[in-house]
Write a protein that binds this ligand. Structure first.
Ligand SMILES: Nc1ncnc2c1ncn2[C@@H]1O[C@H](COP(=O)(O)OP(=O)(O)OP(=O)(O)O)[C@@H](O)[C@H]1O
Ligand SMILES: [Mg+2]
Length: 140
């Protein structure tokens, strides 16, 4: 049913919880592909060099750590795990990957790193669920 699973993570506890559910789904579904995506905020051009390169390296490093933690949390799944790091608005990045990679389901948390208390659904989840080309599993 779900051959290509796409998991979106931002390093939050919510995303880790979604990661565990995505891994369970993968163990049941035996998909051909399990893809994990993390997006980092665009780097403002006005920073100039060499600051820009330093910020890019830092952001990529953080994104890699988030991915490594997610891969560890996924554990053993009966398919290949792919990871992607994208620069830009998280919802646009997730939607782009889902379209390009032809994902069958997107798994994500209901909230993320945002601090607005009382919010039921974060803006990334809201945008993804509104424009996704496939079913979305929002984990809470
Ligand atoms: N930068 C990102 N890269 C990949 N996935 C993300 C990213 N940000 C959020 N997500 C995914 O979206 C889920 C919900 O996060 P969202 O950003 O919507 O909530 P929030 O951070 O609480 O609110 P907001 O960002 O609107 O302040 C996360 O659990 C994660 O699965
Ligand atoms: Mg957020």
């Amino acid at each position: 049913m779900f051959e290509r699973i796409l998991l979106a993570v931002d390093g939050s506890e919510h995303a880790l919880h979604a990661t565990r559910k995505a891994a369970e789904l993968a163990r049941l579904m035996k998909p051909v592909e399990f893809r994990i995506v993390v997006a980092y905020d665009p780097i403002p051009l006005y920073l100039g060099e060499p600051n820009m390169q330093i910020v890019i390296t830092n952001r990529k490093g953080e994104a890699e750590e988030i991915l490594n933690a997610a891969v560890k949390e996924v554990g053993a799944v009966p398919c290949e795990i792919h990871t992607e790091i994208l620069e830009g608005d998280p919802a646009s990045a997730i939607l782009e990957i889902a379209n390009v990679r032809k994902s069958d389901v997107i798994v994500m948390g209901s909230r993320g790193l945002g601090r607005l208390a009382g919010l039921l659904l974060g803006s990334t989840s809201q945008k993804v669920v509104s424009h996704a080309p496939c079913p979305v599993l929002i984990v809470r």
